[in-house]
Design a protein around this ligand. Structure first.
Ligand SMILES: [Zn+2]
Length: 419
């Protein structure tokens, strides 16, 4: 019997923070090239990687109907689907393809609801298997808002600087994970909700064109302020730009991605960007730093984050330089559509009663669907063709593409912690 190389060592590799890498190296299953950031898998690690791919592939086939193929490109998978959809129907619309250390997921659905159901099945099947592979290691598929559909990333809380780490937020009480552009409906109660409504009053606040300065001049809790962010966006149909004024409680920030998505769904607007100086003046007037929702011009699209709903006796810009209004009440003094457009942040409240804190998350895969996949897929992976065919019953269309990948390497790093 020839021996496998398995150079187990008690010493952690120098300067490596990734707990997964450290365990694999100590077990003698991998070496780490710190210069290139490459994980070199020794026989033990390579075998585990193969097992992870195998187990996920079998589970995704059995529970979600993904056909295991070996094609090497999305283009090739498309040609398989096109060739077999007439005779094999649904079975010929869902694929998984092992590519190096990744498993590519790709398929077509007849509408958004069907794509949603399919991605749910895929996440369920992958989670069922991952619970066994990563026994006890916490992970979640976390939704992020993307322009034309929905995206779910497979994330494991990890160390800063770990392979594949990205910033996000974790509630340590319930384990819920959020990314900066995740849907995030829960907001803490309004501070003044039980107070009687005050009179709307203008007060001089010279030089208070930031929330911090405003709070210090009026001795306010940041939660008693409204922050304005002014944008312009282009219509798909009409020429010209539409002005957009968004309002959010002072302790939150706007997610441009969520706001873009909302404007696209509600008004068909595209290309959201900050209003330039000239545009500020012509659309909103002399309001820079002092913009508020009371008395906005009629043509401005006014949208308020959920954190503004029920705001009472809050302070907002008065729409002329050097002044703010106190006693602003949502519903009485201003309205505006309510939308979920905030970014979660450090300290944001969780529905469980806990709060979110910033953390690093290992990104180990994604599954997403939409009508317009060409927008965000890298050029090498572009498959923007709708699948369609004709038979005696007429023509059949599968215009919604779902796609994703699972990284067996990053999952292996998580199982490394169990060694
Ligand atoms: Zn929680």
């Amino acid at each position: 019997m020839r021996p496998f190389i398995k150079p187990a060592t008690a010493n952690a590799p120098a300067k490596v923070k990734d707990g997964g890498v450290i365990s694999l190296v100590k077990a003698g299953d991998a070496a780490y090239n710190a210069k290139s950031g490459e994980l070199l898998l020794l026989p033990g690690g390579a075998l585990s990687l193969r097992q992870i791919k195998e187990r996920l592939s079998v589970r995704l086939f059995e529970e979600a109907g993904l056909q295991p193929v070996n094609c090497g490109s999305d283009e090739a998978i498309f040609s398989l689907a096109e060739r077999y959809v007439r005779d094999w129907g649904d079975s010929a619309l869902s694929y998984l393809d092992e590519r190096g250390r990744d498993i590519r997921l790709l398929g077509w659905s007849k509408d958004v609801a069907a794509a949603e159901q399919k991605t749910d099945e895929i996440m369920k099947a992958a989670s069922d298997e991952l619970e066994q592979i990563c026994a006890g290691t916490p992970f979640s598929f976390v939704e992020e808002t993307i322009p034309d559909g929905r995206s779910f990333s497979l994330l494991f809380p990890c160390e800063q600087g770990a392979i594949g780490a990205r910033p996000g937020f974790l509630c340590r009480s319930c384990g819920k994970i959020l990314l900066a552009d995740s849907p995030f409906e829960f907001r803490s109660p309004q501070p003044g909700e039980n107070e009687p409504e005050e009179e709307l009053k203008e007060v001089a606040t010279p030089g208070a064109n930031t929330i911090a300065e405003l709070c210090s001049q009026l001795n306010l809790d940041v939660k008693r302020t409204l922050k304005a962010m002014l944008y312009v966006a282009a219509s798909e149909k009409a020429d010209g730009l539409s002005p957009v004024a968004s309002f959010i409680r002072g302790d939150y920030n706007i997610s441009l991605s969520k706001l873009s998505c909302w404007l696209r769904n509600e008004y068909g607007l595209l290309g959201l960007r900050s209003a330039e100086k000239q545009e500020l003046q012509s659309f909103f007037g002399e309001v820079a730093g002092y913009c508020g929702p009371v008395g906005m011009p009629e043509n401005v699209i006014l949208v308020c984050d959920s954190s503004v709903l029920g705001a009472r006796n809050t302070v907002a810009g008065a729409n002329h330089p050097g002044y703010h209004c106190t006693g602003c009440c949502y519903g009485r003094d201003f309205a505006g559509k309510i939308a979920d457009i905030a970014q979660p942040g450090e300290g944001s409240p969780c529905a469980c009663g806990g709060s979110f804190e910033a953390t690093a998350l290992r990104d180990a895969g994604v599954i997403q669907f939409g009508h317009d996949c060409k927008n965000d897929a890298p050029a090498s992976e572009k498959v923007d063709k709708k699948l369609s065919y004709r038979d005696r019953e007429g023509s059949h269309e599968y215009p919604v593409i779902w796609r994703g990948a699972l990284s067996a390497e990053r999952i292996l790093l998580e199982t490394g912690r169990l060694r």
